[in-house]
Design a protein around this ligand. Structure first.
Ligand SMILES: [Zn+2]
Length: 425
């Protein structure tokens, strides 16, 4: 008698569990490749993954992205890290036909570790295992999730699960500074009937994310000797009314948010992250440049969000005698993440929830997240997508980032079962 769907589920789970002992080493090894956005190590990691997928018996598309063509596209999502090259990677396990395809996609890039002294351990990239978690920059964002997809795919291959639909696994570069890798993967023609991006959700279900727009403000002052600062206008002082206007704008934009976002104290933050001003301590500064990011609400057109910030800044300028004559310039550059949302009623959300529950996962919540991600590019291209992955997203981009190995294992089990159920046998 041919094995039933339930038989295949248990066979792939047996294969996943056979890899359980290697999981911490796998995640640790991925963390030890310091794949900072825009660095050579980003490409090294992708090459390492390509080799692994080939070894696993997948068809592998590992291509160099034509950056000039990508940058020239009107839909290009932007970059912040300078690049001379970028690569794409899709592993493909062809199905037997007549089944829906599934894509498991992870970004391979990480953000810089910040001041190493703020980390408990000696090296933010040591990938050490302690307390049941792997530690290091990128552990939860998102090498734990990446490892879960690698384990799930290997288990499906080893179990010889006869999937009807295609199974795809992607590694993408440049997510942290805009979404270059996913943009290029879609531009190359890769599509699927469903996609899971295992960003760190603590194994909750995330069908939506806010957008994030990087902006730059140029505030003019009037230089003078600091001993006669009465003769000048400090660009630093002139930032104050602008910061006040941004805070008021943020409050207005968060007064009434979509229920999917209501769990967050500030669903759509506006935050200035970089300020540069002045060139001499005894000179009143005549220029200040401030750079930050603005959250975009679910379903809000990016143009509307930009217009809201521009008009708040313009209004603040109109109320100040100096700024009225020297209005603050607003530029949009770098990462330009629109919001994204799985269409309500799409069956993928419940399917991932069933797979999670079916492998003994705990209770799940469903909500949107306040950060930009590749979900919006996938959904925008017609690929239903959810985030479901191991680790606490609150640890991402901070010191002492980590991911619990047990959550990586649960995620791998759920993704393997999801493939069996979604692609069909
Ligand atoms: Zn991430």
């Amino acid at each position: 008698m041919a094995p039933s769907r339930a038989d295949w589920r248990s066979r792939v789970l047996t294969e996943v569990d056979a890899s359980a002992d290697e999981l911490a080493a796998l995640v640790g090894g991925l963390v030890r490749i310091p794949s900072l956005t825009g660095s050579d190590a980003e490409h090294d990691l992708l090459g390492h993954l390509a080799t692994r997928l080939l070894t696993d018996g997948l068809e592998v598309d590992h291509w160099q992205i034509d950056l000039a063509t990508a940058y020239a596209d009107v839909g290009f999502p932007g970059i912040e890290a300078p690049r001379t090259q970028a690569w794409g990677l899709v592993g493909h396990l062809p199905g037997r036909g007549q089944g829906p395809s599934l894509l498991l996609s992870s970004h391979v890039d990480v953000v810089p570790p910040g001041d190493p002294r703020t980390w408990s351990g000696p090296d933010p990239f040591d990938g050490a295992l302690s307390g049941g978690s792997v530690h290091g920059r990128g552990a939860c964002d998102m090498k734990g999730g990446l490892a879960a997809t690698l384990i799930a795919v290997r288990a499906l291959v080893r179990a010889r699960a006869p999937l009807r639909g295609d199974l795809l696994i992607a590694g993408v570069e440049g997510e942290e500074d805009g979404g270059l890798g996913t943009f290029a993967t879609l531009a190359r023609g890769w599509r699927a009937d469903a996609c899971v991006i295992p960003e760190p959700t603590g194994l909750d279900l995330v069908p939506a994310n806010a957008g994030a727009l990087t902006f730059r403000l140029e505030v003019a002052g009037q230089a003078a000797h600091a001993s006669r600062r009465d003769l000048g206008v400090s660009a630093v002082d002139m930032l104050s009314p602008i910061l006040g206007a941004l805070a008021a704008l943020e409050a207005r934009r968060n007064a009434d948010v979509d229920p999917l976002m209501s769990r967050w104290p500030i669903a759509y933050p506006i935050s200035v992250g970089v300020v540069r001003a002045g060139d001499w301590t005894s000179t009143v500064p005549d220029l200040l440049v401030a750079e930050g990011r603005m959250g975009v609400a679910l379903n809000e057109p990016v143009e509307d969000a930009r217009a809201a910030l521009e008009s708040a800044v313009a209004l603040a300028c109109a109320q100040d005698p100096w700024l009225r004559e020297h209005p603050v310039g607003v530029q949009w550059w770098g990462g330009q993440f629109g919001p994204g949302r799985l269409p309500p009623g799409a069956p993928l959300l419940a399917a991932v929830g069933r797979a999670h529950a079916g492998v003994g996962g705990g209770p799940q919540e469903v909500y949107g997240v306040p950060y930009g991600s590749d979900l919006r590019l996938m959904v925008g291209a017609g690929v239903p997508t959810v985030h479901y992955g191991p680790g606490d997203g609150g640890l991402a981009h901070g010191p002492d980032e980590s991911v619990p190995v047990a959550e990586v294992l649960t995620c791998a089990r759920a993704l393997a079962v999801l493939a069996v159920e979604h692609c069909g046998t």
